[in-house]
Design a protein around this ligand. Structure first.
Ligand SMILES: CC(C)(COP(=O)(O)OP(=O)(O)OC[C@H]1O[C@@H](n2cnc3c(N)ncnc32)[C@H](O)[C@@H]1OP(=O)(O)O)[C@@H](O)C(=O)NCCC(=O)NCCS
Length: 137
């Protein structure tokens, strides 16, 4: 069976199954939580093997200035087979078609090589990316 790549947002159920494969978030989060999150996407790329979502990525964006690539996930058994590349290239093409030049992401541990091969570079230490941490102070 061949893989099918689409820009349609997957169901929250399919996304939750894939998301839970990463161990990133509490499994107790229900499908409505993910449905609301997915509804805020600017664009998506979903890769299906039959009825199974095996790869996904999305962009959150204002559609003009900034784009943030997130939830890049390939089901473990499908990793190292080019699915992630397909997803990322589709997302980058959408951003570039819209003329967005500021395309950012947060890189998971051990994944810098993957993103570097697709044109991403780490920000300079003098202008790092930052994120709010509620109990940091
Ligand atoms: C990061 C992630 C999305 C990459 O997806 P992937 O499908 O494994 O990516 P690809 O197969 O396109 O590329 C991965 C590697 O496989 C290699 N590869 C690609 N096609 C291949 C093939 N047909 N045969 C063998 N190797 C191949 C590539 O050279 C690439 O090497 P690199 O990582 O050193 O660049 C995936 O590892 C993942 O979901 N990880 C868990 C969640 C996560 O950490 N997400 C990232 C958040 S920032």
């Amino acid at each position: 069976m061949e893989l099918r790549c689409t820009d349609q947002t997957p169901s929250a159920a399919a996304f939750k199954t894939l998301y839970d494969s990463t161990g990133w978030g509490p499994r107790e989060r229900g499908e409505p939580f993910y449905a609301e999150a997915l509804a805020g996407s600017w664009c998506c790329c979903a890769v299906w093997h039959g009825d199974t979502l095996v790869g996904f990525g999305r962009v959150i964006s204002d559609g003009r200035l900034h784009a943030f690539v997130t939830e890049m996930i390939v089901e473990p058994a499908w990793q190292q087979r080019g699915v992630g590349r397909t997803v990322l290239q589709a997302l980058l093409a959408r951003c570039q078609a819209a003329g967005i030049t500021d395309i950012q992401l947060f890189c998971a541990e051990g994944k810098t090589g993957f993103y570097e091969r697709h044109g991403f570079v780490a920000r300079a230490p003098s202008r790092p990316g930052m994120q709010y941490v509620a109990d940091a102070t």
